[in-house]
Design a protein around this ligand. Structure first.
Ligand code: ZN
Length: 436
């Protein structure tokens, strides 16, 4: 309080000094507590967050949903609005639920609830381990970056004549983008390149990437061996390592890199930051957007260093596969234009083979098509870049399981079946690549 009466001045001065000292002490204690807290990550919680599925009935509703996404007003779009009749999934925090319901009703948007409580999905995503298994790496759980990298190193140690670890780049927080090259020997082979973990929260992507790498190295099937060994392979399970770690330690729903944006928001969407037709369409200049394209083409160290690594290999890459989730679609370029490329039919034909192979084991249904036709225009993707710069014959994105029941938070017991069916699809593409 600022007012002090005359009669109480002396004692009050002492009082104030005392209070000031006490306040300083309190401030000091608070700072110590803050520092102590900031050194250990506090995980974001998603108690009672719901995911709504909204189905736009017409173009106006699609546009409205896209405007709501771009406004960044607290609704988190797990999938963007694309076309009329195609669902978009929106995560809503509990305090915004009445606002969301009101908005859906006012604009007459068809909606239902896909996920009742996001935190419950997070809590049930991973197996309960009774004890810390010392058994090492596997596909019954999602693993931290260091575990994945240790496993890559162990593969190189176990198969020194076939596997070499390679550093494909680095991250803003100085982590390596580590991968492996697999080669059964010989020269002049075409390259198949498989990346994963570009978007941090899409955990099934690194898991399927390593599952398939393990199959490439260990499969005893003579047909698979002959097919696989006719190519050289590169696997990079986590090309956004900072984001992936952040999604493990701090925020399960993190998507972007961890580089600086503005004072309010962190990170860039690496899949809008590649330097081919950068920022022409379907990317945001707002650092708070999930599709922020960065301050310039290749402004992010992850995309710059990784593309520098790929460039000398570019003309030898026959098949480039980038693993994302979710929605079960197989996509090919371009993303920046609705014009079909001259080899559209070829990319579609190979994509159809992948789709058929994907369904054979468990009946898992995928859609296949050009990025713009199936989703929406988006510029600055790595797929447009490899196609645009190297004219790679077979560039694909697989948006892996599922179709929204769990979304990004796919239970770990789906890693192996996802890995199996995706490897079937990869083999179908590999067989097709032999004809290119
Ligand atoms: Zn993604």
């Amino acid at each position: 309080m600022w007012f002090i009466s005359d009669s109480s001045r002396d004692s009050s001065v002492a009082d104030i000094t005392c209070r000031t000292m006490a306040a300083r002490h309190l401030l000091f204690v608070a700072l110590v507590v803050l520092v102590a807290h900031s050194s250990e990550a506090v995980k974001a919680r998603y108690d009672n967050y719901k995911v709504y599925r909204v189905i736009p009935a017409n173009k106006e509703q699609v546009k409205l949903l896209q405007e709501i996404e771009e406004s960044n007003n607290g609704f988190s779009f797990w999938t963007s609005a694309t076309q009329k009749g195609k669902p978009t999934d929106i995560m809503v925090p509990p305090h915004k639920l009445p606002e969301a319901e009101n908005m859906f009703n006012v604009f007459n948007l068809e909606h239902s609830i896909m996920v009742e409580n996001v935190q419950r999905l997070i809590d049930e995503e991973r197996p309960i381990k009774k004890f810390r298994s010392g058994a090492g790496f596997g596909w019954d759980d999602y693993y931290r970056l260091d575990d994945i990298y240790d496993w890559l190193d162990s593969l190189a140690a176990q198969y020194p004549d076939k596997i070499t670890t390679v550093i494909g780049g680095q991250s803003y927080e100085n982590r390596q983008i580590k991968g492996v090259k697999y080669s059964a020997g010989g020269t002049g082979k075409k390259i198949i390149f498989v990346d994963g973990g570009m978007h941090a929260r899409e955990w099934i992507s690194p898991a399927v990437n390593t599952y398939m790498l393990n199959q490439i190295v260990t499969s005893q099937d003579p047909d698979v061996r002959a097919l696989v060994d006719s190519f050289d392979w590169y696997f990079f399970p986590v090309i956004n390592p900072d984001g992936y770690e952040y999604s493990q330690t701090t925020d399960r729903n993190w998507r972007k890199t961890r580089g600086p944006g503005n004072i309010f928001c962190t990170g860039t969407d690496p899949n809008r930051n590649y330097g081919y037709q950068w920022s022409t369409i379907g990317a945001s200049d707002n650092p708070c957007s999930e599709t922020y394209h960065g301050s310039g083409p290749f402004s992010e160290v992850e995309t710059k260093s990784f593309s520098d690594f790929i460039t000398p290999l570019g003309n030898d890459i026959v098949l480039y596969l980038s693993l994302h989730s979710y929605s079960q679609v197989i996509l090919f370029p371009m993303g920046y234009t609705d014009q079909h490329l001259p080899d559209y039919d070829n990319m579609l034909a190979a994509g159809q083979k992948a789709k058929e192979a994907m369904a054979t084991r468990y009946g898992t249904a995928y859609d296949v098509g050009n990025i713009v036709d199936v989703l929406y225009p988006a510029s600055g993707s790595n797929l447009d870049w490899v196609k645009g710069v190297f004219n790679t014959p077979l560039p694909y994105v697989f948006e892996l399981r599922d179709t929204g029941r769990y979304g990004f938070i796919l239970p770990a017991d789906q890693i192996i079946p996802s890995g199996e069916e995706t490897f079937d699809a990869l083999l179908a593409l590999t067989k097709y690549a032999q004809t290119q």
